[in-house]
Design a protein. Structure first.
Length: 188
């Protein structure tokens, strides 16, 4: 006559416990051993790690795309002025002793040294500030470098509206400065 039995399972995140019992909930023996045990295995992994790699790949691909669009916009104006500017910019991170550098003796600009540029603008933020506040004619390459920094680290083109749908207007900050201060003070 066949014995009736029940199997109890405890399924966890990285183990499965089991027991074989009879109808009175007493452990049964199977081939001389009690019928219980546990199987351990590696814990399941989430897709978080893969997702972070995928996100990084997409972010870098989009950054490269944005920078290529920026270069496409500025290249017609910069190339007649300095035809090797973009090549030197790409190789500016390489050491002058690196064999891959095509112009080891040249700086980022063809008409001045890097020392002159970095003395005038120690950081890219100094350049951006001067572009916004000083009323003078700037070198197109300086404008490109400031835009390059913004687009590379902060820019995005998530809004799919065409450029023609945006309206630009003159901001009269001096006239509205007092009102802005009052609004700011009320907020705090």
């Amino acid at each position: 006559m066949a014995k009736t039995y029940n199997i109890g399972l405890d399924i966890g995140t990285n183990s499965i416990g089991w027991a074989v019992v009879d109808d009175q909930n007493h452990l049964m023996s199977i081939k001389g051993k009690y019928g219980y045990g546990v199987r351990l295995y590696d814990e399941g992994k989430t897709a978080e790690e893969r997702r972070s790699f995928r996100t990084t790949r997409r972010r870098l691909k989009r950054r490269k795309w944005r920078l290529s669009l920026l270069r496409e916009i500025f290249e017609p104006q910069i190339t007649p002025l300095d035809n090797t500017f973009f090549l030197r910019q790409k190789q500016s991170s390489l050491s002058s002793k690196d064999n891959r550098k095509l112009y080891p003796e040249m700086s980022l600009f063809n008409d001045r040294t890097d020392t002159d540029f970095y003395t005038q603008y120690p950081t890219i933020y100094n350049l951006s500030r001067d572009l916004m506040t000083k009323n003078k004619q700037f070198d197109i390459r300086e404008i490109y470098l400031a835009m390059h920094h913004i687009v590379k680290y902060r820019g995005h083109f998530l809004n799919e509206s065409p450029v023609s749908s945006f309206k630009s207007s003159e901001i009269k900050l001096a006239e509205n400065f007092e009102t802005l201060n009052q609004i700011f003070n009320r907020a705090f």
